[in-house]
Design a protein around this ligand. Structure first.
Ligand code: EAX
Length: 337
């Protein structure tokens, strides 16, 4: 009997120590009131990841650890459409995406998808950061999404495995992956290519297996997603500018205390500048480095390509779903930073 009592006492003591340890772990975590998961589809060494880790650092400092941010790159939380749906359903707190997939949820952002609507980075950044771009983010509330601000993806150029793209007609018959966006697809159809919409996470394998000939993305993605390993030619078309809306689930945002909401925005603003700065630094060195990694690079005459896709402006200008009001096109085209 005595032995049983001793064993029971030892068991109860072990349980209370474990419980205390558990409470100890819980107490160590008890300072964390909010865990924010943020997903994106790019590589761990792309500025999207660095920018989000900077956001994590600043926000955790500003809230004295009450908020913990967890960054998930490489499509770990799904493709961009999945993550946008997750924000709407409340199954995900934040996502960093391109505007193109948002066209499946609202046609507001289509104006940014028009080919050659921006001529340089300063004008593009100035426009998306102005009331034009910020107003579109505010309109996302109707989709259950809080658009905070824009990071940057950048000017997109064509890579392929078949030939250098020197003139629009060189795209004839090229099977090119595009984002799931009607303007992107129509722009490449207008030049005789065969556009194939595909989630980013499937792209490297499709290029490797040659189920598609090419794709279009900024230099930083060609580098960090190693497309130079499966593509021969990089033609500097710079046909689309891709801003990167930094999004939060609206209900989650509204339920945060005001001081935390303010800290989220301040941290996002600091991270925006940091991420754009990293892209500027990468773009200054990547042409040389990508040639060293084996890809052949050619310049093009943008006026030729701009003329080849003018029909897209005619097709998408108008009112209603998948249409862009003429005055909005004009406002963006004529924007001066
Ligand atoms: O937002 O899908 C793409 O090509 C985008 O550049 C990527 O999702 C980053």
């Amino acid at each position: 009997m005595r032995k049983k009592m001793v064993l029971l006492l030892c068991f109860l003591m072990a349980l209370s120590v474990a419980g205390g340890c558990q409470r100890g772990v819980w107490a160590a975590d008890s300072g964390v009131d909010y865990v924010i998961r943020v997903g994106h589809v790019l590589a761990t060494d792309h500025p999207y990841t660095d920018g989000l880790n900077y956001f994590k650092k600043v926000l955790e400092e500003k809230t004295d650890g009450r908020v913990r941010v967890e960054v998930f790159p490489n499509s770990m939380l799904g493709n961009e459409r999945d993550m946008i749906e997750g924000l709407q359903l409340g199954t995900l707190e934040m996502a960093l995406v391109s505007t193109a997939p948002l066209s499946g949820f609202t046609s507001d952002f289509l104006v940014f998808d028009l080919p050659y609507i921006f001529t340089d980075t300063a004008t593009a950044r100035g426009c998306v950061d102005s009331e034009v771009g910020m107003g579109m983010l505010e309109d996302l509330a109707s989709q259950g999404i809080k658009g905070l601000l824009y990071f940057e993806n950048g000017f997109r150029s064509v890579t392929n495995s078949r030939r250098p793209i020197q003139h629009p007609e060189d795209l004839q018959g090229i099977k090119i992956r595009t984002m799931e966006n009607p303007i992107h697809m129509d722009s490449f159809s207008a030049m005789g290519a065969d556009p194939t919409p595909m989630a980013f996470g499937e792209l490297f394998t499709a290029l490797q297996q040659k189920t598609i000939d090419g794709q279009e993305n900024p230099l930083a993605i060609v580098d960090t997603s190693k497309f130079y390993e499966v593509q021969t030619y990089l033609s500097l078309t710079e046909h689309f500018y891709a801003p990167a809306p930094f999004l939060m689930a609206l209900d989650y945002y509204n339920n945060l205390p005001e001081d935390v909401r303010n800290a989220v925005y301040e941290a996002a603003k600091e991270a925006q500048d940091y991420e754009r700065g990293l892209l500027d630094e990468m773009n200054a060195r990547l042409l040389k480095e990508l040639v060293e990694k084996g890809i052949q690079i050619n310049e093009i005459d943008k006026a030729e390509f701009r003329a080849a896709v003018q029909s897209v402006y005619d097709k998408f200008e108008g009112t209603g779903s998948d249409k862009i009001p003429a005055e909005l096109i004009e406002k963006v085209q004529n924007f001066k930073p």
